[in-house]
Design a protein around this ligand. Sequence first.
Ligand SMILES: [Zn+2]
Length: 649
Amino acid sequence: GLFGVPELSCPEGFQEAQDKALQESEQLVQKACSTPPGPETVMIFDQLSDSLCRVADLADFVKVAHPDFAFREAAEEACRNIGTVVEKLNTDVELCQSLRRLLVDETIMSSLDPETRRVAELFMFDFEISGIHLDEEKRKKAVDLNIRILDLCNEFLIGAHIPNKIDKHVLPEHIRYNFTAEGNYLQVAGLHADCPDDLVREAAYKIFLHSNAQQLARLEELLASRNSLAQLVGYDTFAHRALQGTMAKNPETVRQFLEKLSEQLSKRTQKDFQMMTKMKMKLNPHNSMLMPWDHPYYSGVLRAERYNIDPGLYCPFFSLGACMEGLNSLFSQLLGISLYAEQTKRGEIWSEDVRKLAVVHETEGLLGYIYCDFFQRPDKPHQDCHFTVRGGRLKENGEYQLPVVVLMLSLPKSARGTPTLLSPGMMENLFHEMGHAMHSMLGRTRYQHVTGTRCPTDFAEVPSILMEYFANDYRVVNQFARHYETGQPLPKNMVSRLCESKKVCAAADMQLQVFYAVLDQIYHGKHPLTKSTTEILKETQERVYGLPYVPNTAWQLRFSHLVGYGAKYYSYLMSRAVASMVWKQCFAQNPFDRAMGERYRREMLAHGGGKEPMLMVQGMLQKSPSVEDFVDALVSDLDHDFETFIMDS
Ligand SMILES: [Zn+2]
C-alpha cells in the first residue's frame, strides 16, 4: 500500500487505518490516565500523538496530491475524523490532569532532561487554548470562541480569494480584454502585477482591493475573538500567546527587529523607489508618480534591463540529474550522507514518476526516506512543499522510528529522451525544499511531537533558506552545473550575474515584507484596536513602506496569511537573518567544511523542535546574536558584490 502501509492499497484502507489508530489511541489515553506522573507520561503522550499523526499526516498529503479522486476523498474523510478526535482529546479533562500532575511536580520535572521537559510543556500548551484549566463558565466561553474563530478563519480565507465584479463600462474599452467578462460585468481576480500597462495594474489594484464591508467585519471579529481567547487563557494579547516558545519569544523583540530593520532599509528603499520612478517616467511620462501597483512591475523591468537574465540560458546547465548529483555531493562532503534511489514496492507510490530516496550516513546507516514527487500532473497543486509523513522517534523497544517525508515540486515534464531542465529559480527551490528534508532526516529527537521541521515557525525556514545560500555559491554550483549536451561548466560570471540580479530593488521588496509583518503584529497586538484595520493599514503603509495608500482600498482583506501565520508573519525574515549569519560565519569561507557541517547537524538539525531555538542558534554561532546582528545580516546581503558590479556597469 501507499508508503508501504499495508491497509492503504485501496481507498477503503483509510477507514481501516483510521479505526486502528483510534483504537490504539483509546488504549493510550487510558494508560496515560492511570500511569503515575514521570517521564513515562511524556512517552505515552508522544505515542498517542504518533498513533494519530501517522494516519493524519499521511492523509494530509494524500488528500491534496493523490491523482485518484477516491483516494483523495478517503484521505480527507480520515483527516476530518482524526481532527474531531484530537479536538475531543484536547478538551479531555482527565487526560489533561495526568499531564498537569507531572508539570506541577517540581521534583520530577527537574529530574527530566530538557527535551522531555520541553515536550511536556508543548503538550500542555495545546491543551491550554481550549481553556481546559479554567472554571466551567470560562471553559464554555473558550470552546465557543474556538469554534467561532475556526469559522471566521474559513470565511475570511474564502473572502480573501473571491474576485471582485465591476460594471464593464467603468473601465476604458481598450483595457477590458484583460479581465474576464461576465455579461455587463468584468471579473477582477488578482492584481495583474506583471502587466506592462500601468492602467491595467491600476484598475486591477483599485478594484481587487476595493473595501468590502462583510469581509472587513469578518476580519475585525476574527482579530477581536483571537484576542479574547488569548486573554481568557491567560495572555496579554494573541501575539503573546503565538510567540511563546519561538526564537523571538515575545512581541517586544519582534517589534524591535522589524523597527530596526525598517530603519536600516529606509535609505536603500528610497533609492530603489527613485530608480523605479525614473523608469516609470521614461516609459510613461504623463503619469510618473510611483504607486503601489508599480513596485513589482518596475523592479522587474529594472532587473531585466540591468542583468538581462534569460532563464533559458541557464536551464541547459541545470538538468534535474545534475542538480541531484550536486545535492548528493554537497551532503556527502558536509555531513557524510548519501542519497540512494530505492526500488519501490507495488502500490507504495501514487504516481509512476515518484522517486524514493534512502538517506544513508557513512557510519550510522539508514536515516530515513524521502519520496520525491517532482513533476506536474493534472489535479496536483502547483506549489513547492515539504510534507512530514512519519515523524522520527525513539520507540519503546529502543529502535528509532525512521522519518519519512515527501518533497513536492512542480517541474515540467521533459520530452522523451531529453532530461528535465530546471530554471535557476526551480534549482533554488529544489535546494530549499531539500533543506527542509534534511532537517527531517537529521532531527534525532526522542519524540515525534518535535521531529525535524516540527519546530517554532520562526526557526523552521532556517535550514531551507541556508540551502539557498549554497545554491547561489559558485563553488557549489560549479560542482554540478554542466551543460547537458556539451558537458561544459556554467561560466562563473553567469552565476555572479544571477546573484547580483536578485539584489536589484531587493531593499524595497524587503521593506514591503516588513510592512506586512508590522501590520500583522499590530492587528494581533493590544485590543481594542485604536482605529479601524483600514486606518491602521494606511498609517503603517505610509510609515513603514513609503508608497501612498490608495483611498477606498483595503489590502488587509486579501492578506490570507493572517489566518495561518497570525502574529508570525515576521518568521520568514527572521529565519533568513539566522540563515544568513550561519552562512557568513560558518560556510562562506568554505562551503564544504566538514567540521562546520557536523556542528550544524549537532547544534541545529539534530534537535528538531526539542530545544529552545535561540539556544540552537547560540550553539551554532558560538555567541548570542543581538537584534542588531539579525538586522545587519539581512541588510548586508543587499550590498552589491563590487567586482561583478563594476564588470557590468
Ligand atoms: Zn520553506
